[in-house]
Design a binder for this molecule. Structure first.
Ligand SMILES: Nc1nc2c(c(=O)[nH]1)N[C@H]1C(S)=C(S)[C@@H](COP(=O)(O)O)O[C@H]1N2
Ligand SMILES: [Mo]
Length: 299
């Protein structure tokens, strides 16, 4: 395994952050009072988003390399226009869609979500996107479809991490159909009101906020409605470390590190470790999807 966890137990809050914290909290409180109330999605968190810089310079995107800085350095080369997406499998309207045809009619809205990587770091991200459920309705899911599978583009000439990696490209992910239809599950096309930066998965990626970040596949070029649980990249590489479900769960540790807490990226108010919450805090909305399942087995 070449997979190196970003988090190590030695990773602790720098002392100056503790010293600054009180002043920062006071400043943030003043800011909250000063800013007018803004109508947002009921699905959004009211936690303060990470900076654009945090979100776009600390990335996982192995097609561009293993280092957190590699996607920002190299993903600019990926040509994201024109873009097409193949839709196939158990669907009424299969075909190769241009991106604009694919997303036509889907209402784009802001969703501010917690984002929790399996490596035990997290961020708050203001995505723009639309519910995957709306797209699936438009595509016409046929009886017998039980899962949705996704694939990322493979362009070795534009993606320096493709060669010399042990991943069997394309990067693949999948969801059970009820997870895919859940209103929290979005296809994201932007963040911070801007088109999706390449390093974050332009032009279109999945976001499933109650699952570990590796489920949120980037630069999607294929969506397949299938009957059987699809093969997925990290599960294939190490099934005992990365389950198909990958629901955020502080009660199930990764074999090589604890999942009980996480390091919130960014300084100031968020510096330091916070407790990880089951389903990344979205349990009220999604726990019922897993009634009757043993999540220590279906991890
Ligand atoms: N195609 C592709 N999608 C991917 C990955 C990747 O390496 N390749 N990394 C995943 C992981 S492990 C995480 S944590 C998130 C990171 O998303 P971000 O860079 O926007 O924070 O993307 C996920 N989607
Ligand atoms: Mo991740």
């Amino acid at each position: 395994m070449s997979y190196l966890p970003e988090y190590t137990p030695a990773d602790v809050t720098p002392p100056q952050m503790f010293l600054n914290r009180r002043a920062l909290i006071a400043g943030a409180a003043a800011l909250t009072v000063a800013s007018p109330a803004r109508a947002g999605s009921p699905y959004s968190t009211d936690e303060v988003p990470n900076t654009f810089e945090d979100i776009t310079t600390y990335n996982n995107y192995y097609e561009f390399g293993y280092d957190k800085a590699d996607p920002a350095a190299y993903a600019g080369k990926l040509k994201t226009d024109p873009w097409s997406v193949v839709v196939d499998g158990l669907v009424d309207n299969p075909g190769t869609y241009s991106l604009s045809d694919l997303i036509a009619g889907q209402p784009i809205e802001e969703r501010i979500y917690r984002f929790r990587c399996v490596e035990a770091w997290s961020m708050i991200v203001p995505w723009q996107g639309f519910q995957l459920s709306g797209l699936l309705q438009k595509l016409g899911v046929q009886a017998g479809a039980k899962y949705v599978a996704f694939e990322t583009i493979v362009r070795p000439d534009e993606m320096p991490g493709i060669s010399g990696s042990m991943i069997d490209w394309p990067y693949r992910e999948g969801l059970r159909l009820d997870e895919a239809m859940h209103p929290l599950t979005i296809m994201a096309t932007g963040l911070y009101g801007k088109p999706m930066p390449n390093q974050n998965g332009a032009p279109i990626r999945l976001i499933v906020p109650w699952k570990y970040g590796f489920k949120s596949v980037k630069a999607i070029v294929r969506i397949s409605l299938v009957a059987e649980q699809p093969v997925t990249t990290w599960n294939t590489l190490a099934a005992n470390e990365y389950g198909f479900y990958a629901n955020v769960n502080p009660e199930v540790d990764h074999p090589r590190w604890s999942q009980a807490s996480e390091r919130r990226i960014g300084g100031g108010l968020f510096a330091g470790r916070i407790d990880t919450v089951k389903f990344n805090g979205y349990g009220d909305q999604v726990a019922s999807l897993y009634t009757g399942q043993d999540l220590t087995k279906d991890y």
